[in-house]
Design a protein around this ligand. Structure first.
Ligand code: AMP
Ligand code: GLY
Length: 424
């Protein structure tokens, strides 16, 4: 029986921990630091650990006989948590720091894509304002400007015209709007089409595809408003037809895993390709993430039927080719409830009402929540993700919104159209 430690505190980590706790081969799940949702789950315990201190994490794992660590967010991966825990003999699922550069540096990712002929937007890479401005002169607009480093989903600006593009370049390279993350920038062609998330579990060579999904990155209904970490997701995503799926595997996933192995950084972990699919069904890579998506994890985990711990351990052993993965065939949809100011603002500490009035077949994953004097309170940003399953996506959507309507804290905000692209 496995004892699993999940690193992180978001909705993604609640969903991963919840699914792991249901595995027939898991006896105990710890989450560091977790949230109010993981605190109240059967079989899950939050632990107070400084996850930046890899030595402290190693000591905890040794003391508790942890048999598997699953790292949720990108920062500890980029910081080498998998390298350090693996060196201490602790099975840790995720990419090495070297492989995590696929997300940690957009310049690394673009160079990699170009080198291995994997479809992506045409681009330039810059560290000076003068060169960036010269590059912009003969370009068409909109154009996309990205900070090289990790910027918590905020480092991508779509510039509508030359003036906006020049101002953004100055902001990033001179005014340090994104700190070190923006001391190098990518300027790339604006791609048209429909976005989808294609996520696989990889063992350095082999992979198992996760169910397809689609996120909603814009804050407001109809995909307008500022870019966010994601306001809701559903799975499967009908935009990824069987043909497109097969093409993505051949043109993106296989060459990425082969290229990383060839370059001496075999990729083990969840690999997330953010794709733009054009009207002729061709997909280009917008970005890589080296971890599961949030909120995609929540609906996808709602559908996963296999023992996730067994798959993670098989991946660490390089034996994913001996495994398959089972899914609930129904649609799952997850609606994010955020604090009204999200993605800006800092409102928190509001008591969440109604969590116990949500119908039993709806799963509420917590993200920004905390326990305070016997209440569950908001802790800012994205607060909850309310998930429902149904054979029919529209029914799943209605169920999820029934759950959403049962919950309130006064300043909640959510989109009312999650799933609209597949329902219209
Ligand atoms: P990224 O973090 O690179 O995925 O960018 C965040 C969001 O910006 C994406 O989900 C897209 O909606 C948008 N985006 C990024 N790159 C492009 C591009 N080349 N063309 C159009 N939209 C883009
Ligand atoms: N939902 C997008 C992400 O996790 O980056």
């Amino acid at each position: 029986m496995n004892k699993v430690l999940v690193i992180g505190s978001g909705g993604r980590e609640h969903a991963l921990a919840w699914r792991l706790a249901q595995s027939t081969t898991v006896e105990q799940v710890f989450v560091a630091p977790g949230n109010a949702g993981t605190a109240i789950e059967d079989g899950i315990d939050n632990v107070v650990l400084d996850v930046n201190n890899h030595q402290a994490v190693i000591q905890f794992c040794q003391l508790q006989n942890v048999t598997l660590v699953v790292v949720g967010p990108e920062q500890p991966l980029v910081d080498g948590m998998v390298d350090d825990l693996s060196a201490a003999g602790i099975p840790c699922f995720g990419p090495s720091a070297a492989a995590a550069q696929l997300e940690g540096s957009k310049a690394f990712a673009k160079q990699f894509l170009e080198k291995h002929n994997i479809p992506t937007a045409a681009y330039g890479e810059f560290i000076t304002v003068a060169e960036a401005k010269t590059y912009l002169q003969d370009k068409s607009f909109p154009i996309v400007i990205k900070a090289d480093g990790l910027a918590a989903g905020k480092g991508v600006i779509i510039a509508e015209d030359l003036a906006h593009a020049e101002a953004t370049v100055e902001d990033m390279l001179e005014a340090n709007a994104f700190g070190d993350a923006g001391s190098r920038i990518i300027i790339e062609e604006f791609l048209q089409g429909e976005e989808a998330s294609y996520i696989v579990m990889a063992d350095g060579e082999n992979f198992l595809a996760m169910a397809t999904s689609q996120d909603h990155k814009a804050r407001d209904n109809g995909d307008v408003g500022p870019n966010t970490g994601g306001m809701g997701a559903y799975s499967p995503a009908p935009v990824v037809t069987a043909d497109i799926d097969a093409k993505v595997v051949e043109t993106v996933i296989k060459p990425t895993l082969a290229g990383m192995a060839k370059d001496g950084m075999p990729f083990t972990g969840f690999l997330y390709a953010g794709l733009m699919i054009d009207s002729s069904g061709e997909s280009k890579v917008l970005e890589f993430n080296v971890r599961f998506g949030d909120p995609e994890t929540q609906p996808i985990m709602t559908r996963l039927q296999s023992n996730l711990d067994q798959l993670c351990l098989a991946a660490i052993a390089g034996e994913l080719d001996q495994h398959s993965i089972q899914w609930d065939s129904r649609f799952a949809i997850g609606v994010v409830m955020a604090e009204a100011g999200y993605p800006l603002g800092n409102d928190k500490g509001n008591v969440i009402q109604g969590l116990n009035e949500v119908p039993a077949d709806i799963k509420v994953f917590h993200a920004g929540t905390a326990q305070q004097a016997g209440n569950v309170v908001t802790a800012g940003g994205r607060v909850l993700c309310v998930c429902a399953l149904d054979e029919d996506l529209k029914q799943a959507q209605q169920k999820a919104y029934q759950g959403v309507k049962a919950i309130s804290w006064g300043s909640e905000y959510y989109r009312t159209d999650i799933g609209f692209k597949a329902i219209k």
